[in-house]
Design a protein around this ligand. Structure first.
Ligand SMILES: [Zn+2]
Length: 304
């Protein structure tokens, strides 16, 4: 469990006064506690920071780079800027534009875009709610169309479909190819626990739910935004408005990167009432980010 160490600017610079403090944080998070050396397969032992590099050396003389397979690998931007970027991303309720990061961190435009993208990947790789609902719980399901840019040069845009599931203040969202019953069925079977009540609008693609034995509540929006028991589909509608507000800030979201924005919005939304410091969560967990893991990561949010 994390302790609340503070997310203020003052606290940040007290904890991370220089590059080494940031590097050491990554090292500690990845290997420090067990001291396990992947080279000689020994646990414990002495590790030394190699002066003037971003590497650590074990007593067996094996050298390790803590930044390998993280969002910060092979970057000219200082590690403090990366950490400060993470602080901004986790403190801000709506999102961070690259132009703001460029001015705020004093880096170039391309660097700022890459930084924001990599931070989004890092947030996407963090722990995620795997399933929703359960006996006696209501899972709200809905789709939304979001405008994305297919080709920035020609200003070609199209609508992308996103499916969302909400329960107990948590959401799971993903890009879907269409809104056909088969697509929705596979998402519901993957994320909703048996015994849940599923709340949807009156669209035809949800008709199979009752047939296949789900407890299905239909809100007919033509009549009212609630049914006769006062059940609404607001939990998921509310999230759509949060997501739309964030995407409006970013102005242009490309088709290929939409899933990273979904991941960012979902990460923040599901932790909005978190008792622990979200900043500490993201600087203590470094799941592998490499070309090998990228398709797996993408498949979590892109269900096409
Ligand atoms: Zn070793």
């Amino acid at each position: 469990m994390f302790t609340y160490k503070g997310t203020s600017v003052k606290e940040f610079f007290r904890r991370f006064p220089d590059e080494y403090a940031c590097l050491h944080q990554v090292f500690e998070s990845k290997w420090g506690r067990s001291g396990f050396c992947p080279e000689c397969k020994q646990a414990g032992g002495n590790w030394y920071h190699c002066r003037g590099t971003k590497q650590y050396q074990h007593r067996c003389r094996a050298r390790l780079s803590p930044l390998k397979d993280t969002a910060f690998y092979r970057s000219n931007i200082s590690l403090m800027a990366w950490f400060y970027g993470l602080l901004l991303f986790t403190n801000c309720p709506t999102g961070m534009r690259a132009a703001f990061m460029r001015r705020h961190l004093g880096i170039g435009s391309n660097g700022a875009h890459r930084l924001c993208h990599q931070i989004r990947l890092h947030l996407a790789s963090q722990q995620r709610t795997e399933s929703l609902g359960g006996p006696g719980k209501r899972v709200h399901v809905d789709e939304v169309f979001l405008r994305v840019v297919v080709d920035p040069a020609l200003d070609r845009r199209r609508l992308s479909t996103v499916l969302g599931l909400a329960c107990d203040g948590k959401v799971i969202t993903g890009v879907v190819p269409d809104r056909k019953a088969a697509t929705i069925r596979s998402a519901i079977n993957r994320f909703v626990l048996p015994g849940s009540t599923i709340v949807t609008d009156a669209a035809r693609q949800y008709a199979w739910l009752a047939v296949e034995g789900w407890d299905h509540v239909v809100i007919n929006h033509k009549i009212a935004f609630h049914n006769f028991d006062g059940i609404t589909n607001n939990p998921i509608e509310r999230y759509w408005s949060v997501l739309r507000r964030m995407l409006r800030l970013y102005r242009q979201v490309s088709d290929t990167n939409l899933w990273t924005f979904l991941a960012e919005a979902e990460f923040r939304y599901n932790r909005r009432h978190s008792e622990v410091s979200v900043f500490d969560e993201v600087i203590e967990n470094f799941p592998e980010l490499s070309p090998r893991t990228m398709p797996i990561l993408r498949a979590r949010f892109d269900w096409t």
